[in-house]
Ligand binder design. Structure first.
Ligand code: FEO
Length: 398
């Protein structure tokens, strides 16, 4: 099977080793990403041997060794900096330990534990917050950035070069060009938002904290080299601002996301009526309809909901609860949009013979997670009232 990978100089003795994963369909076996994703490792060559930063997903192990061999003899790798042990970056560790027998693994102590338990790595040295690794005249300083994306996550700065290596932080989905100056920034912006919400969303409050901490510790970088997506060499501040904007939860004025599931058409018709009413009232509606022929990507629903001013969810009742797919969607909203707890959410729940059950279930899911503006309109069968304007106004006014 063909593997598309790149080996490209970033600057001086620092190289990007990137593999384009167009095979993955569900990132983390969860998120629909037909656009694919890249895994970026980096290699710094010095007179005393090489320093490798991260790796790729395990299925690309052979290609990873081939990429390394284009630059060096892997036996010359002296240190492997593991910024984060999620196996999209560390999956090649097993193979690497074989081909680079003299390499010492360094990272946060939690990374050491995970490398040992997952890959049997024994040659590990902790690199604590603020500590530096020195090799061949280079000093590589670590900053611990917990929960971006795991508690093990660190970023490193190559001192004097202005290069910040950030792994998941400042990452994005898709298979873009190698560098920011070659990329379509509007497309990239959407990939960044989708990546943040789905992967880091649960820990999104750590983004501004982490950015502030890194900025104080190592200053403003000239180049940002993340573990997914493009290398920012032309305007690294752009991706910093994008991350801060997504994390701020600032909604787009007038944007409403409508999403709903219909088994036999009743909720579908109700959603269509509501959509027309919203648009007539000047809202910009983004609609995702689930039915017996279509199942839109939940990754996209969440991405759009992340900057909506209002969210409307329609569901039929299913065994006295919301439909299981809507139940799954609501759980993910509660988990991945913690920064949007004040977003008004209106649930339109159609029932057959038992009013109220769906509402109770949704309340438990969202209100217990701290979502403070949730309203449920129960309706029997297809009998949604002709206008929801009054409820909407009451909800928005809360
Ligand atoms: Fe790209 Fe959390 O791994």
């Amino acid at each position: 099977v063909d593997v598309n990978f790149h080996v490209e100089r970033v600057l001086g003795n620092l190289f990007l080793l990137r593999v384009d994963d167009a095979r993955v369909r569900f990132f983390e076996a969860l998120w629909e990403i037909p656009e694919g994703v890249t895994y970026n490792a980096y290699l710094l060559t010095t007179e005393e041997g090489a320093v490798l930063f991260d790796g790729w997903k395990q299925e690309f192990s052979d290609a990873f060794v081939e990429a390394l061999q284009r630059l060096i003899d892997p036996r010359d790798i002296r240190a492997v900096v593991t910024h984060h042990t999620e196996p999209d970056h560390s999956g090649t560790t097993g193979k690497l330990a074989e081909v680079a027998p003299r390499a010492l693994f360094v990272g946060h102590p939690i990374a050491g534990r995970i490398l040992r338990s997952h890959f049997g790595v024994e040659r590990f040295k902790p690199l604590m917050d603020g500590e530096a690794l020195e090799l061949g005249g280079y000093r590589i300083r670590a900053v611990h950035t917990p929960w971006l994306h795991w508690p093990d996550s660190i970023v490193t700065s190559i001192e004097g070069e202005g290069v910040l290596l950030t792994c998941d932080v400042f990452g994005s989905y898709s298979i873009p060009p190698l560098f920011d100056d070659q990329a379509d920034l509007a497309k990239l912006s959407r990939s960044i938002r989708k990546y943040i919400i789905t992967v880091i969303g649960h820990y999104i409050d750590w983004i501004p904290k982490g950015i502030e901490k890194v900025s104080k510790a190592v200053g403003r970088p000239r180049i940002i080299a993340p573990g997914h997506g493009v290398v920012y060499r032309s305007n690294p501040q752009w991706v910093v601002e994008e991350y801060l904007r997504v994390a701020s939860g600032q909604p787009v004025k007038g944007k409403v996301v409508l999403t709903g599931l219909t088994m036999y058409g009743n909720v579908g018709k109700a959603m269509e009526t509501v959509r027309e009413e919203m648009e007539a009232n000047g809202w910009r509606a983004v609609y995702y309809g689930f039915n017996d022929k279509e199942r839109p990507p939940i990754s996209e629903v969440l991405t759009d909901a992340s900057d909506a001013e209002l969210l409307i969810i329609g569901t039929p009742v299913y065994e006295a609860q919301p439909h299981p797919i809507i139940d799954h969607l609501i759980k993910l909203i509660a988990a991945k949009l913690p920064h949007r707890k004040s977003m008004p959410i209106l649930i339109l729940a159609s029932y057959g013979w038992s009013p109220g059950a769906t509402g109770k279930h949704v309340s438990e899911l969202l209100i217990k997670q701290g979502f403070s503006r949730v309203m449920i309109i129960d309706f029997e069968g297809a009998q949604l009232k002709p206008s929801i304007e009054d409820e909407l106004q009451a909800l928005i006014a809360r």
